[in-house]
Design a protein around this ligand. Structure first.
Ligand code: CP
Length: 307
């Protein structure tokens, strides 16, 4: 049986193209399961998983919980709000107390970049990074590439532009690593103030004109402006951002080509995407969400084999 090269999923940077293929092939099988009347398999019947969330989430948290339940794992959920973190308990003490209850795997979202790597050096359980600050969001990038593969047949050779707040985006970084490992061409597009200084060193093309970026690409992955992570003003106003970087259906239709529109969510409707674009035939946004469950089932299942 094939297995992953890692026993934690901390970031796409740490995994191989073969790992990505194995996750996709496993997710294909789980997607078949999810389309059956009985959407459940006993694969992780003896495994207990804790979803430990120190940051807000809708999609990732529910998707992991559903993936775990579809695999018949026992599941517990922890949110830092309302917990003893508010009384000063450390991250390591919190997780060690959860593990003392005989938990086998930790799925963690945290606002600090590197939090999942830190945990992996101090605890024995498998860890899945569900987003660590501005660093990585590996399962999001996997479900994004899986959705491109589903829509376009393959990822290799495709031109993908990631548009928006690249500076604060863990989704952008994980997508760049994932797409390049699969042989896609990657461009980033946004106001110069929202593009990291090191970005060209990652081997991506850089464009500040959104129209030119859309003309170039097969796939546009549009990101949210992360106001909660911004320490200063990076553009004059949201209205001005929308004027220069907002995407609407008229713009997409005027390209006169097939273009795949993606967004990791949550969408700020009327800011980076108009409703008529987000809900158009170009959009695969809800397919991304659907595929997230199969991808997370695959990741959890494969990591459980590594013990
Ligand atoms: N895409 C994503 O991570 O969404 P949530 O923040 O709702 O989990």
């Amino acid at each position: 049986m094939q297995e992953l090269s890692v026993r934690h999923l901390l970031g796409i940077k740490d995994i191989t193209p073969q790992d990505i293929q194995l996750i996709f092939e496993t997710a294909d099988n789980f997607k078949d399961v999810l389309n059956r009347p009985i959407k459940k398999v006993p694969s992780l019947r003896d495994i207990t998983i804790a979803n430990v969330f120190f940051e807000n989430s809708t999609r990732t948290r529910l998707s992991f919980e559903l993936a775990e339940k579809r695999l018949s794992a026992d599941v517990i959920n922890f949110s830092s709000s309302g917990s003893s973190v508010k009384k000063g308990e450390t991250l390591l003490d919190t997780v060690n107390n959860i593990l003392a209850m005989k938990v086998d795997m930790i799925v963690m979202r945290h606002s600090s970049p590197g939090a999942a790597h830190f945990l992996s050096k101090h605890i024995p359980a498998n860890i899945v990074n569900a987003g660590d600050g501005t660093h990585e969001h590996p399962t999001q990038a996997l479900l994004d590439s899986f959705s491109i593969r589903e829509r376009l047949g393959e990822v290799a050779g495709k031109k993908v532009v990631i548009i928006g707040d690249i500076l604060h985006s863990r989704v952008a970084l994980s997508n760049i690593f994932a797409l390049q490992k699969q042989g896609a061409e990657v461009m980033v597009c946004g106001p110069i103030t929202l593009l990291p200084k090191y970005i060209k060193e990652l081997g991506v093309q850089v464009e500040t004109n959104v129209r030119k970026a859309l003309e170039w690409c097969d796939v546009a992955n549009v990101l949210r402006i992360q106001l909660e992570r911004q320490q200063m003003k990076y553009f004059p106003s949201l209205r001005e951002y929308t004027l220069y970087y907002g995407i609407d259906k008229k713009m997409l239709d005027s390209l006169n080509k097939e273009i795949v529109l993606m967004h990791p969510g949550p969408i700020n409707r009327g800011v980076e995407l108009s409703s008529d674009a987000a809900d158009s035939h170009h959009s695969i946004i809800l397919n991304q969400v659907e595929n997230g469950v199969a991808i997370r089932m695959a990741v959890l299942y494969l990591l459980a084999q590594k013990g």
